[in-house]
Design a binder for this molecule. Structure first.
Ligand SMILES: Nc1ncnc2c1ncn2[C@@H]1O[C@H](COP(=O)(O)OP(=O)(O)OP(=O)(O)O)[C@@H](O)[C@H]1O
Length: 436
């Protein structure tokens, strides 16, 4: 029953996302391609807003973090050093009869194939590496194999000294990066929750060994605060601590921030104490000295790294799920104004008496600062509903009173309360309410 309801909510969200232009199935006219999605006009705005808010809180509001945008394709040795060539894999089995593929840890191998019912039909377990391989240059041989990065972090580690020197940074400091990552997941699903191509927002914070635990606690707290700033319901968020047997090979401690989706509690962000593993390995494989020189203590050492790693697409899904609200007469996305794709809609009550002209003038005045939408099609009620579904926090309506006293109606999305505001005051009114 619970699973059925979960599917229903997700189905409704997927349908709203398509109808309103947030997210489309990739290559839809060709029947689609599994687990790949395209962001439409509203989706692209919302994703951009999420990335900007992350960047603002991680880079602009601090003085100890610098930005980076590293290449997706990297030297193949990076992935040997990182452990991804040897260890970034899931166990896989195939049914020899129906050819269905399973994750070996998600199916009972002693039982018949759950799809075709045949006994003893499973192949041996094989380790399936999740990295996408491709070839660089015109010759397709093993000497030219390169990988699409499965995480953005390695681009940060290999640039540790470049960024430190260029930005003249001393420990502790961080490097932040937003970019695409690719994983050939065996079991993608739940809409954009787990896909094979996705975007990550990662920050690696370099600290002195011995100070790592303190900074780990600090970043746990900071990152949880960020989700509150995104407007997510607090009771839907929690930490999950990795037990010793769950810890990745590089981690001394790991906490996930989890959200309660309609399909259960799931990770949205990982916070890891990666110790000196990454820089030590890159030092070993590259032969370059990646130690840090502390000019106060005159010591040389490899910094520890505290990582915060979150999926941008997964955050967007979380915000949509959290905002999706069904009320008696309407469906409304109660998105935080900072991430809402359209900040305000300007609506002439009727298409005459000069109302459209006044409305268009208001749009022109606001356009440079905000994503604004003009709509004069259909009844005012229908137009409000469309904006509710798009998560637009404010609707500005030009009506007959406007013609008399230059005031407009501003309707707030969640409360549906209306206020009269002078046309000259609309920009200030929005500025005050749209600040992140
Ligand atoms: N296939 C994916 N699709 C979308 N986002 C992803 C995917 N894999 C990872 N992420 C995002 O990147 C973040 C950090 O990646 P990390 O390697 O810690 O994930 P993970 O533990 O492998 O995730 P999971 O267990 O969900 O596969 C995740 O918290 C998630 O938000």
């Amino acid at each position: 029953m619970a699973a059925k309801n979960a599917n229903k909510v997700m189905d409704k969200l997927v349908s709203l996302a398509k109808r309103r232009g947030f997210i489309f199935q990739s290559s839809e006219i060709y029947g689609g391609i599994n687990s790949c999605y395209d962001y439409g006009p509203l989706g692209v705005e919302m994703k951009k807003n999420i990335k900007e808010l992350w960047w603002k809180s991680m880079v602009y509001e601090r003085d100890d973090i610098e930005g980076l945008d590293a290449s997706i394709l990297m030297h193949p040795k990076v992935w040997e050093a990182s452990g991804h060539v040897a260890g970034f894999s899931d166990p896989l089995v195939d049914c020899k009869v129906c050819k269905t593929r399973f994750r070996a840890d998600q199916v009972d191998l002693e039982k018949p194939c759950p799809v075709c019912g045949n006994r003893d039909s499973f192949t041996e377990i094989r380790q399936f590496n999740l990295m996408f391989k491709t070839f660089m240059g015109p010759v397709e041989d093993s000497a030219n194999v390169v990988f699409l990065r499965p995480e953005t972090a390695q681009g940060i580690y290999v640039n540790f000294h470049n960024v430190r020197e260029a930005a003249r940074k001393k420990l502790p400091f961080g490097i932040a990066q937003i970019g695409k990552a690719f994983r050939n997941e065996i079991t993608p699903g739940n809409f954009i929750f787990r896909t094979r191509e996705f975007e990550q927002m990662e920050m690696q914070y370099f600290v002195k060994p011995g100070e790592d635990e303190k900074w780990f606690e600090y970043w746990k707290e900071q990152r949880m605060k960020w989700y509150q700033r995104l407007g997510l319901k607090q009771e839907k968020l929690r930490f999950h601590q990795h037990a010793p047997d769950e810890l990745a090979h590089y981690a001394k401690a790991a906490f996930d921030i989890e959200y309660e989706f309609p399909f259960g509690w799931n990770e949205i962000e990982g916070i890891h104490n990666r110790t000196d593993f990454d820089l030590s390995r890159h030092q070993e494989f590259s032969g370059k000295d990646l130690r840090y020189f502390d000019d106060q203590t005159k010591e040389r050492f490899i910094p520890y790294i505290i990582e915060t790693s979150v999926g941008c697409d997964r955050t967007l899904l979380t915000c949509l799920v959290d905002a999706y609200t069904e009320e008696e007469e309407r469906v409304v996305l109660k998105l935080a104004p900072a991430i809402a794709p359209i900040k305000a809609a300007v609506l002439p009550l009727v298409k005459r008496d000069g109302m459209p002209e006044i409305a268009k003038q208001i749009v022109d005045d606001l356009r440079g600062d905000y994503r604004i939408f003009y709509d004069d099609a259909g009844s005012i009620g229908r137009r409000y509903r469309r904006m509710d579904e798009a998560g637009t926090p404010f609707c500005v309506t030009v009506d007959s009173q406007t013609l008399e006293d230059q005031t407009v109606t501003v309707r707030e999305r969640d409360s549906m309360q209306q206020e009269r505001v002078h046309i000259k005051e609309v920009k200030t009114y929005l500025d005050e309410r749209l600040k992140a």
